[in-house]
Ligand binder design. Sequence first.
Ligand code: HAM
Length: 403
Amino acid sequence: MINPLRGMKDLTFDESNRFVHIVTTATNVAKKYGYNYIETPILEETSLFKRSVGESSDIVGKEMYQFDDKGGNDVCMRPEGTAGIVRAFVSAKLDRQPMKQKFYYYGPMFRYERPQKGRLREFHQFGCESFGEGSVYEDFTIITMISQIFEELGIGFDLLINSLGCVTCMPPYKQNLVNFLTEIKEDLCEDCNRRIDTNPIRVLDCKNATCQSLLVNSPKLIDNLCDECDSDFKQLTQLLDKAGISYQVDTNLVRGLDYYNKTAFEFVSNEIGSQSAIAGGGRYDKLVEFLDGKPTPAVGFAIGIERIMELVQMPQMQKEGIYLGAMTPEAVEALLPIATAKRKEQKVTVEYASKGFKSHMKGADKVNARYAVLIGEDELKDGTLWIKDLESKEEKTIPVETF
Ligand code: HAM
């Protein structure tokens, strides 16, 4: 027997129903907020992720499914969706159009991580990317949209927010932080030591308890924001307060991808173990320009579909559609034109084997049909159908042509 690869999963039965329910619910909400569907390739040039997610990030440094294709091109299975969508946005010259553009997407992402509960090597995201809107109102609106998606799915969450500043306030802060980290270097873990040189702000979200205790007194970017970033962040908190969306400011929330500036956020759940982030996102105002487009502010997010799979409250299954059965072999073929006609309106399950009454009723129950429709010897002779409404329990015999 051939099994799926480590860290990769088949979605079958209950899980596939949950998957469809999550994507449908999120899609309906995204459409209400004005988002259109976008689909981009799973395989992209490796340089796309190096330039956007960042060479010093764990994703690019350790986790990429990267290989040379048969033509010798250095390619990579996308580890996330944003980079490909920005590339598509620039490729289609949408950066030169005056109107704002909003896209939603869902699909598989690939990261060669150490698999564990909530952490897969192939996982699925539902995400949205909004281009052309620099106002903090859009950050607020995106957070509202995610809250609405989780609310409609019946999922509780905690919201963490931070500001990652901009080209004005981030560089002096980084230098400040490096000075602080250099002083305590010897007591920090190996990863942090490496990051002091490559990506110092990532030290802030090190999971090592000793490092965390040493970082309590580190300089915080939130206290060193420039006037614009500071006022945007304050406005965001006020908007969330007014809307009754609770949040915590987490000054160590830096996100694992390098393209962010200003607002960064994560939605976490305390019900799913250590891999608790169920959605993440933020602003990335420089990325379009960085990938050779015209300067375009942007903000977006992605939800980890597998992480919320168990948390989703599935709607009660309603009895639905028709179960068609024959009680004599000669009647089986008569079911087919009825099925074809009725399938234009609703779900129809046809049992091809002629069976007794009880067995058909069990079959109708198994597929959760609303109506059981049977043809026996008499019905075949008379050109009629026997029909039972399995909700109201009402039964009747009617001519085939009136069905
Ligand atoms: P991210 O935080 O790397 O952000 O991923 C978003 C979500 O994907 C996470 O919160 C988590 O739920 C899920 N996820 C990540 N890695 C795994 C994994 N190995 N197994 C299962 N689930 C996982 C991004 O990817 C950004 N592109 C989000 C974004 C969009 N920012 C702006 N626009």
